[in-house]
Design a protein around this ligand. Structure first.
Ligand code: GAR
Length: 217
């Protein structure tokens, strides 16, 4: 029988990555189960999807707390109350304090829409286009106190095409996000990722989806 690790997913909006994780968790052999979808915004569209999927949801608004530390503490308590042992940030757009990040060290992962360490932070697609990169992509990584840093578990690359806009590039990357996030969570839940010397060592043939060159056989 598949042992399922309990996971809390933190969102702030649309929640399409959370939905990809929920769909993966519906597979009988998937080693994780989402026990909580937590949002800092009551109007996050992803909450409706989670509720309809029968998953416990909670809203903890950062606006109700005097500082980051007390907001984080409330979220941490809620995550524990639901028995989660792993945390996935999925479009969660609040910075977290070092205390909660260290408390969940190597058990909290994030997805970011760039090939890290390039283009950390916001407006990634705009900045990738401005820089004229020919490949863009997404990364799943362990969370560390510096934003969008941390050992990289999985990445996927997509081409940047002539005429791309931030939206068209974002859409191409998002398709890949929905593939690599469930893959990375599976690897973590199965205990096939360890951190050594600041890098994630992944016990899998590849945790990177690389482009096929159409000119090669
Ligand atoms: C995703 O593209 C995710 O990679 C990005 O926000 C979007 C959320 O979409 N996250 C970050 O930029 C974090 N630095 P979703 O709510 O549909 O999953």
């Amino acid at each position: 029988m598949t042992v399922r690790r309990k996971v809390a997913v933190l969102i702030s909006g649309r929640g399409s990555n959370m939905q990809a994780l929920v769909r993966a968790c519906a597979r009988p052999d998937y080693p994780a189960k989402i026990v909580l979808v937590l949002s800092n915004r009551a109007d996050a569209a992803g909450l409706d999807f989670a509720r309809e999927a029968g998953i416990a949801t909670e809203v903890i608004s950062h606006k109700d707390f005097p500082d980051r530390a007390s907001f984080d503490a409330a979220m941490d308590a809620e995550i524990h109350r639901h028995g989660a042992g792993l945390v996935c940030l999925a479009g969660f757009m609040r910075l977290l304090d070092t205390v909660i990040i260290e408390a969940w060290r190597d058990r909290m992962i994030n997805i970011h829409p760039s090939l890290l360490p390039s283009f950390r932070g916001l407006d990634t697609h705009e900045r990738a286009l401005e820089a004229g990169v020919k490949l863009a992509g997404c990364s799943v990584h362990f969370v560390r106190p510096d934003v969008d840093t941390g050992p990289i578990i999985a990445q996927a690359a997509v081409p940047v095409l002539p005429g791309d806009t931030p939206d068209s590039l974002a859409a191409r990357i998002l398709e890949q996000e929905h593939l690599i996030y469930p893959m990375a969570l599976r690897l973590l839940a199965e205990g096939r990722v360890r951190v050594e010397g600041g890098r994630a060592v992944v016990d899998a043939p590849t945790a990177t989806v690389s482009l096929r060159n159409p000119d090669l056989p």
